[in-house]
Design a binder for this molecule. Structure first.
Ligand code: PEP
Ligand code: MG
Length: 891
């Protein structure tokens, strides 16, 4: 057999590369190719592919075969285009060598400028540029960068020498050093190189180029680059491309400049060019902040630069139109000639993303589907909660789980009563607790945010916080609360009651003092964008809401119903917890009946309020599901208070509490088990629901209650509970002379329920996956305790992420798919949703859309995000289908 070897192409000239191949040319290389091929002014150059970088690593740090030859050939073409030769002593071509991965990793990798200067060529540069000062300034810059990046010499050594040179001349700024001083400085730098490496600074331009390319490849794997990729979920094997380009100079006089600009404001999204420039400067002067740059619009007022600025404006507009997205641009002006050095998609805040997407669609630059996909669901978090000013640099005390996004500052308090009192007196407080319980609810209403030392992402504090749209940091690492001394400690730092702290529930950070905040407005553009998103989605979005107020918020955010009303949460407020506790502690049927009679009117009023707020939209009300430990009075004070209400001795209450204590309350006497053992509880709740529904229906408001049974594991439980509910409905409808349509369904929170979903569907008219418990029971992992060790699991890569935050699609997801399929086998068209915290997580929402669920239910403040994620899921599915159809056509 004859083997033909086609030499691999490692190098592409800017005018030859396929600008769509960001994977091959990197982002910067693709942008340069695109601009060069569109006829825009780009200094000539070439890109060494990411594949060459990968091969470099495979070969143990050697350039792959053929690469150097291709570099030399491409270099010749650059020389021809510029009319100069690399290494020419009379009129040398100088090069820049820059990194550029597929995904932008700002500032993480290395760049070397002014390559090609040596003792021999520096004189040629002086002659050809007409400036000895400029030539030596470029030479010392090369030695400084090359010394640091390629030769590994500590940058401080060069910095110190530069500072000494300025001090000797009594000047502040590098630009004030004259030719003689700079010439002397190059001698000093050369001495540093010799001393540090034992060799002279390389005097062969080709050796410099070889070294620079290798160094840029190597910078892909520096510790900071690897860390950045880990943080930003960028794959390690992508490799970086290397762009080798003719140098152009923004620092050769007053008709020269360098600058950066965005085609739209990246903070607000406003359609206006924003940026800055420096006359007579090099690019890194802007980046390094050596001199303070000027607003870019001022270029128009500078007679030497105004014509180039006008040209730049046209180029910027052309690039935005071409890419149909806001661009982040870098340019240099050399003696009045404009050179574009970079164009890339501009990074932007959540607010800017929304505004840009909507305005670009309205301008006809993109269609609505593209606009919807331009905004990541997570970005909406920033729009709906106050956030930390990104320019602030607060002292970070510790980091915990990012349990509920947004940021807040307040004075530290350690108990709920005090939080309430202080808030009434006008103070801003942050409640810091070991963990929270329903007892703390009033304090949580009063506080701006919460920090807990324990508990996970579905802990009480976290769930309540998200429901309220308040920030929460849970399981703050190393935070020790001491209620006795009213302090908390993190390592050596002691924070006292009343001290100010700031928390960021989006990143999990707890900070000392008051950090500055920004509260972006929820503008009309977001409404518009979400309206467009609604046109593209088939997955419904409901909200988890327990009170009429939350139901109102949910509606305002566009919820299509309530997917979960946790009836026991209605008793968190004020004195309402007392009859609830009395009911739980009741020993006789009479005692229970008395407590239930007190609960009935409260529930009825709440249900009526929710029905009114939802105005005909479906409202799923779950029967009681109180894991007992969340509701039992634990402290002496609470037990005494309950004893007073019940008219018994505190010791009696204490004994009952002791009797009811469970070793594992999450798997204990909770969910429908309560209604099975005490059917009168379910009957009371059904009565409250139907009486409220009849009353509201009589007001002329449509009502659509869906009664849901929690923690079901066998169809017998479902049948028994459903019978009570239907019996109560018949009674109430007869008493009221009104009939309302309703459904009775089940939550699926136990693997057994999912596995036997076909049986359950015979008795259940709808399913709602309670993925908080389903995750807990599938993993056998306590929701309340997982926060202590789960972060370690994620850090070690044992689990890819916290399954309480984002649905475990492989395991829990399989139960959802299976349960849905089995349920619909028995009951075709069975309505299926999820109501765990995952309903507000974009990846989980996508999964639910793919699994064919009818709706997700999320905390009210996450409803907009779920609407957008559902639209993304739909559009991505269409794209996949298009791709497949295309492949079949091509076959
Ligand atoms: C669930 O388990 O997913 C659920 C929604 O119920 P809760 O969080 O109240 O247990
Ligand atoms: Mg549950």
């Amino acid at each position: 057999m004859i083997a033909t070897t086609v030499a691999q192409q490692w190098v592409y000239g800017f005018t030859a590369g396929d600008s769509q191949r960001r994977d091959l040319l990197g982002g910067k290389g693709a942008g340069l190719a695109e601009m060069a091929q569109a006829g825009l002014p780009v200094p000539p150059g070439f890109t060494i592919t990411t594949e060459a970088c990968t091969a470099y690593y495979q070969d143990g740090g050697d350039m792959p075969a053929g690469l150097w030859e291709q570099v030399l050939a491409a270099l010749q073409r650059v020389e021809q285009a510029r009319g100069k030769r690399f290494g020419d002593v009379a009129n040398p071509l100088l090069l820049s060598v820059r990194s550029g991965a597929k995904v932008s990793m700002p500032g993480m990798m290395d760049t070397i400028l002014d390559l090609g200067l040596t003792d021999a060529t520096v004189a040629g540069l002086a002659a050809s540029s007409g400036s000895v000062r400029f030539a030596y300034d470029s030479y010392r810059r090369l030695m400084q960068l090359y010394g640091k990046v390629v030769l590994g010499i500590p940058g401080e050594l060069f910095e110190a020498a530069l500072t000494r040179a300025k001090a000797r001349r009594g000047v502040q700024d590098d630009t004030e050093l004259d030719a003689a001083a700079l010439c002397k400085l190059t001698a000093t730098f050369k001495a540093i190189v010799r001393e540090q490496t034992g060799h002279d600074f390389p005097q062969d331009p080709m050796a410099q180029l070889h070294g620079a390319i290798g160094a840029v490849f190597a910078s892909w794997n520096t510790e900071r680059a690897v860390n950045y990729r880990r943080e930003n979920h960028i794959a390690n094997d992508l490799g970086t491309a290397v762009n080798v380009q003719a140098m152009v100079y923004g620092n050769m006089g007053d008709d020269c400049a360098t600058g950066v600009a965005f085609t739209r404001d990246p903070a607000t999204g406003e359609k206006r060019l924003v940026g800055e420039y420096l006359p007579n400067a090099q690019g890194e002067d802007v980046v390094a902040g050596v001199r303070t740059p000027r607003p870019i619009a001022e270029m128009a007022g500078d007679p030497l630069l105004a014509p180039t600025y006008a040209q730049f404006l046209r180029v910027a507009e052309q690039l935005e139109r071409h890419y149909r997205d806001a661009q982040d641009l870098e340019f240099t002006v050399e003696h009045g000639t404009l050179y574009m050095l970079q164009t890339r998609t501009a990074k932007r805040t959540g607010a800017a993303a929304v505004r840009m997407a909507v305005e670009m669609a309205e301008e006809g630059l993109i269609d609505r589907a593209t606009a919807v996909r331009r905004v990541e669901p997570e970005q909406l978090d920033q729009l709906l909660h106050p956030t930390l000013d990104p320019l602030a640099t607060p002292t970070i005390l510790t980091t915990g789980l990012p349990a509920s996004p947004g940021a807040a500052s307040g004075q530290v308090v350690f108990n709920a009563d005090e939080a309430e009192a202080r808030q009434r007196a006008g103070a801003a407080v942050i409640l810091v607790r070991e963990e929270t319980s329903p007892d703390d609810f009033h304090g949580m209403v009063a506080a701006r945010g919460f920090v807990t030392a324990r508990g996970g992402i579905t802990s009480h504090a976290a769930v309540v916080a998200r429901g309220m749209g308040k920030p929460c940091v849970a399981s703050a690492a190393g935070l020790v609360v001491d209620y006795a001394t009213q302090t908390f400690t993190v390592a050596e730092t002691v924070v006292r009651h009343d001290d100010w702290i700031t928390i960021d529930g989006g990143s999990g950070r707890v900070m000392l003092g008051q950090a500055p905040m920004i509260r972006p407005a929820l503008g009309g553009e977001l409404q518009t964008l979400l309206g467009w998103a609604d046109e593209f989605r088939t997955l419904g979005v409901r909200a988890n809401a327990d009170t009429p107020h939350d139901a109102g918020v949910a509606r305002d955010f566009g919820a299509a119903g309530i997917g979960l009303c946790r009836t026991e949460h209605m008793f968190f407020e004020g004195d309402r917890i007392l009859p609830m506790r009395a009911m739980i502690l009741a020993e006789t049927a009479e005692e229970r009946a008395a407590a239930l009679a007190r609960l009935l009117p409260l529930q009825r009023a709440d249900f009526a309020g929710i029905f009114r707020a939802m105005d005909g939209l479906p409202v799923t009300i779950r029967t009681l599901d109180p894991p007992l430990h969340e509701f039992l009075p634990q402290t002496d004070v609470e037990q005494a208070e309950l004893a007073r209400t019940l008219g018994v001795d505190p010791a009696v209450v204490a004994t009952k509490v002791e009797q009811l204590r469970e070793a594992n309350p999450m798997l204990g006497f909770r969910g429908c088990r309560l209604g099975i053992v005490y059917p009168e509880i379910t009957a009371m709740q059904a009565r409250a629901i139907f009486e409220a529904a009849c009353a509201v229906a009589r007001e002329g408001v449509a009502v659509a209650p869906e009664v849901m049974i929690p923690l079901v594991c066998t169809v017998k439980e479902m049948e028994a509970q459903r019978a009570i509910i239907e019996q109560t409905a018949r009674e109430v409808f007869a008493e009221q002379g009104v009939t309302v349509p309703y459904l009775v369904g089940t939550m699926i929170e136990l693997p057994r329920a999912a596995l036997l979903a076909d049986e359950l569907a015979a008795a259940a008219e709808f399913f709602s996956f309670g993925t908080n418990d389903l995750t807990q029971t599938t993993f056998g992992l306590s929701r309340d305790d997982a926060g202590r060790f789960l972060p370690g699991y994620v850090a070690r890569g044992i689990l890819p992420y916290d399954p309480f935050q984002s649905l475990d699609q492989a395991g829990v997801g399989r139960l959802i798919t299976l349960g849905t399929e089995l349920g619909r086998r028995t009951r075709p068209g069975l309505k299926v949703g999820i109501c765990g915290e995952h309903g507000g997580d974009p990846a989980s929402v996508r999964f639910c859309a793919q699994a064919g669920l009818d709706y997700v239910s999320a905390s009210p403040y996450r409803v907009p995000l779920a609407r957008l994620a559902a639209a993304h899921a739909h559009l991505e599915a269409l794209e996949r289908a298009d791709g497949q159809a295309g492949q079949e056509r091509d076959r």
